[in-house]
Design a protein. Structure first.
Length: 430
């Protein structure tokens, strides 16, 4: 009997700490495990007994990249409990805030984490020598995302201006126009990024799991809808039903919580690829053209194409944010003001739902009559993705072993797949 064990200790260029363990016996893949070795972070316990005003600021610390999405997710849950109806202007500002984190995350992931996989380097730093212009443009796109989040949220991470019912501060019309100019000027580079990542060869595999994304008729939604859909199963549900639709469970070899579809038992994938599969027809004009040129049309089952999907979302986000900024600069661009609307605290339970850069986020909150938290459950994107990632790693390993690939190729390809998922392992151990 020939037995081979492949250990990938501390996968590089991802957020958090994780290892991969693969065992092959007589040419048959026996074991594929994703070992998340982060300690429990206890955010759900941390917010118990806290007043509603504190929850968004605490929850934003779950993730430095997705902090805006965690804030908006909590605000949506709290406002549903209190019966608050926010203005169109507030909704537009929240969309800008969430999309700003898309620019931050996607630019960092694609160029700092993923690109070395395809250009034969161990890190992004050699690009400073071989292609300094590309690296400078990539860092400039990340900086633009930082600027957008700072202008709208008060700082680049952990926003402070977004509160229950509205915003405490808003920039001037001139600043909106300046932002719009910068966003529009970056579209050309984002389109080039789509072309670049589509040119990289990737293994031809098709995930067998499902995909989950926010959906809304006529929109490419990231925070405005409360409806989610499992794409393969065709199951559509309100965010308040997430506990009945999504089953979270633990496994002995990992500290991360895993997730599967309750009705089918299938693991599933969230993120840019799931969103584009769900709402391809509602992409912005240049993003749709770039997607079509790249050959990314639904249904696209290859998880490696998540990199291309993120690049397409860069184009989409830049165009949408530029349009939002120009409308916000107009006195009558959106109905209502952004300052917080009046409300009264009351008891109740609701689920907030947004699309963070890495995928769907659900915050299930229950408040008492004083507005204090008596129950909290926070489902992060990577916690939903881990089981499907592990299944795709097995699929990839079986394909490579059948083709006669050696240990080094199996190891490199699995690492590349993990990074294509853009995981945040620290967020997966909630």
């Amino acid at each position: 009997m020939t037995k081979t064990a492949i250990h990938i200790d501390h996968i590089a260029r991802i957020e958090g700490h994780g290892n991969v363990h693969v065992v092959i016996e007589d040419g048959v893949v026996q074991t594929v495990e994703m070992n998340v070795v982060e300690p429990a972070r206890l955010f759900e316990s941390m917010v118990l007994g806290r007043r509603f005003e504190e929850i968004p600021y605490i929850a934003s610390r779950i993730c430095g990249i997705c902090s805006a999405s965690h804030v908006v997710t909590d605000l949506k849950a709290i406002e549903r409990i209190f019966g608050i109806r926010t203005t169109d202007r507030t909704k537009a500002l929240r969309e800008l805030l969430v999309y700003g984190s898309y620019l931050q995350n996607h630019a960092s992931h694609l160029f700092v984490f993923a690109t070395p996989d395809f250009v034969g380097t161990k890190s992004v730093f050699p690009l400073a020598e071989t292609n300094p212009e590309l690296l400078q443009k990539a860092l400039g796109l990340k900086a633009l995302g930082n600027e957008l989040c700072t202008k709208v949220g008060g700082r680049s991470i952990h926003p402070i201006t977004a509160v229950v019912g509205g915003f405490t501060h808003e920039i001037s019309a001139e600043e909106y126009c300046e932002l719009a100019d910068k966003l529009e000027a970056s579209v050309e580079f984002a389109v080039e990024t789509v072309d670049l990542f589509r040119s990289f060869p990737v293994p031809d595999i098709a995930t067998e799991g499902d995909m989950l994304a926010m959906v809304e008729e006529g929109c490419y939604p990231v925070q405005g809808s409360d409806t989610a859909r499992f794409l393969k199963a065709g199951i559509e549900f309100c965010a308040d039903e997430v506990q009945e639709r999504v089953e979270e469970y633990a496994v002995p070899h990992s500290a991360a919580l895993c997730a599967r579809v309750r009705e089918t038992g299938a693991p599933y994938f969230v993120g840019a690829l799931a969103r584009i599969n769900a709402s391809w027809s509602h992409l912005s004009r240049n993003a749709k053209v770039a997607a079509a040129k790249a050959g990314l049309r639904p249904p696209e089952p290859n998880p490696f194409m998540n990199n291309v999907a993120q690049a397409i979302e860069l184009v989409d986000a830049l165009e949408r944010c530029a349009e939002l900024c120009r409308r916000l600069a107009e006195p009558d661009g959106f109905d209502g003001e952004s300052k917080p609307v009046p409300f009264e605290a009351r008891a109740g339970r609701a689920v907030g739902f947004t699309e963070a850069p890495r995928g769907a986020v659900f915050h299930d909150l229950e408040l008492d009559e004083r507005g204090r938290v008596v129950h909290a459950s926070m489902i992060t994107p990577t916690a939903q993705n881990v089981a499907n990632l592990e299944a795709d790693m097995r699929l990839l390993a079986e394909r490579l072993v059948a083709d006669g690939s050696g240990q080094d190729e199996v190891r490199r390809s699995i690492e590349k797949l993990v990074r294509a998922y853009d995981p945040c392992l620290s967020c997966s151990v909630h």
